[in-house]
Write a protein that binds this ligand. Structure first.
Ligand SMILES: [Zn+2]
Length: 482
């Protein structure tokens, strides 16, 4: 900070509101914030009394709950001078009240003097948004926390404050609440929607582990795959999804709220949208539909200069187009393998020809994304993760609900809650993990065979047998007749 900046912060820090019998009077910090808003918007340094009276008066009535009276504006317009943050021009020519403490309303109205920040402070505030945000954040966290509804907008500070990790911003990361109503009671915003702003207009997304959506952390990357807005039917780029797309394009941070199973809602992290994908999912009506997956990367604050290098790199590479994981793949009849559908056959088709067709398409999609490896950043890992989801789905389909080890000594008949067979899909050779996520190098095994493949004394021999099996099964499924 330069000496001038430090001096400005000192003066702002020393600002004390007048003590009134009813409590603190916040007229002075309010007028200062209004003037900060004007400086940020490039308006001239000095404001006419009549302008301030007519603009600030009604806002004070709204936000400070003071009577609608010009005297309420006169008070800070004059006394703010004592803070060295405000100058009234030609003050000596104004006629003062009998006790000499302030000018009369009539002399102000007739002479209509101008007032504003001193020149040095004005130049800092009008040319340095970070400085303006720091001043505004200090005033807000001290006097207006949380800000009342419409406060930031009315003072012309919404854009300035929304884009910065200012100390005044509440909630703080980690704050928790028993339910959505409790969040809304304190910070405003819609009580139900999954993608919606708080009162400060910064977007929040909510992820409930017990809710209808499957939001999942992306393996080992620490980024989040957040299912888009819309419970049934194909999701479209409207409402919440449209808001997320806007944030993606503007590269703005938003708030990520998470409610773990049986836990509380908490503001888990600031996040940025690094990518949007489209995949097949199942709506709450049980029908397959296209849905969006928003890839969210946690960041320490909304301030871009705090974002990790891999996030910035991914943002620089991303072209905002939708990465389509449904391309060429028909919707599953029970949704993603093993996830849904009635108990019994797991909801999957028993028609061999359509199973084969679907397998071929999934295998082709897994191959296609495997070949699309031109990216070098974390997005490669995102790509690999979603590709392996596709490959796993193909292998589950190929297994036809049975352990693929030909020498299996007994596959448990028990099924999961979702009615799926108990199978683990894995790379045949564990050393190849992170390599090719294509179905011909992966296999579905019962827990027993999986353990033999991973920990058994004869695992090397078993692995080579399983690799041949996987390739054979793959070729069988890829062939038109089989
Ligand atoms: Zn087995």
């Amino acid at each position: 900070m330069t000496a001038l900046e430090a001096e400005l912060m000192r003066l702002v820090g020393e600002l004390t509101p007048a003590k009134r019998i009813e409590g603190r009077a916040l007229h002075r910090p309010f007028l200062l914030l209004w003037a900060v808003g004007k400086a940020v918007q490039g308006e001239v340094r000095e404001h006419r009394w009549s302008t301030v009276r007519d603009a600030v008066g009604p806002l004070m009535t709204t936000h400070l709950d003071v009577p609608a009276s010009a005297d309420q504006v006169l008070y800070p317009f004059w006394h703010l001078q004592g803070s060295d943050l405000w100058e009234v021009a030609d003050a000596e020519s104004l006629k003062l009240t009998s006790n000499g403490r302030r000018p009369t309303l009539s002399t102000l109205n007739s002479l209509d003097p101008v007032a504003g920040f001193p020149q040095g402070a004005y130049e800092l505030l009008s040319t340095n948004p970070e400085m303006a945000a720091r001043v505004a954040s200090h005033l807000m966290s001290t006097f207006f926390n949380p800000p009342p509804e419409g406060f930031l907008e009315d003072l012309g500070l919404a854009d300035l404050m929304a884009d910065r990790a200012v100390d005044a911003l509440r909630p703080r990361v980690g704050e928790s609440f028993p339910n959505r109503n409790a969040i809304s009671d304190v910070y405003g915003g819609n009580r139900v929607m999954g993608i919606t702003p708080l009162r400060d207009r910064v977007l929040s997304v909510y992820s409930d582990d017990e809710g209808p959506y499957q939001d999942a952390p992306i393996n080992e990357i620490g980024w989040i795959g957040y299912t888009g807005d819309g419970l049934t039917g194909h999701q479209r780029m409207v409402s919440g999804n449209r808001s997320l797309q806007t944030y993606q394009q503007q590269q703005r941070a938003l708030r990520y709220w998470h409610k773990p199973d049986g836990g509380q809602w908490h503001f888990e992290s600031w996040v940025v949208v690094v990518q949007v994908r489209q995949r097949w999912g199942v709506g709450v009506d049980g029908l397959a539909r296209r849905e969006f997956v928003w890839v969210l990367a946690p960041v320490p604050s909304p301030l871009r200069n705090t974002w990790p290098a891999d996030v910035l790199e991914a943002l620089a590479e991303e072209d905002w187009s939708i990465q389509d994981d449904t391309e060429g793949i028909p919707a599953g009849d029970g949704g993603p393998a093993g996830d849904d559908g009635p108990a019994g056959d797991g909801g999957r088709s028993t028609d061999t020809s359509s199973t084969r067709d679907r397998y071929r398409r999934l295998a082709a999609a897994a191959r296609r994304t495997a070949d699309r490896r031109t990216r070098r950043s974390r997005l490669v890992e995102v790509e690999r993760y979603y590709r392996s989801v596709t490959a796993r789905e193909a292998v589950m389909l190929r297994s036809q609900d049975k352990c693929e080890n030909r020498d299996c000594l007994g596959h448990p008949a028990e099924r999961t809650d979702a009615g799926a067979a108990i199978l683990e899909v894995d790379h045949v050779n564990p050393l190849a993990r992170g390599g090719a996520d294509t179905p011909e190098s992966m296999i579905a095994l019962c827990p027993n065979c999986h353990a033999l493949k991973t920990r058994g004394r004869n695992r090397k021999r078993l692995q080579s047998v399983l690799l041949k099996t996987a390739r054979l099964r793959h070729e069988e499924f890829m062939s038109e007749t089989g």
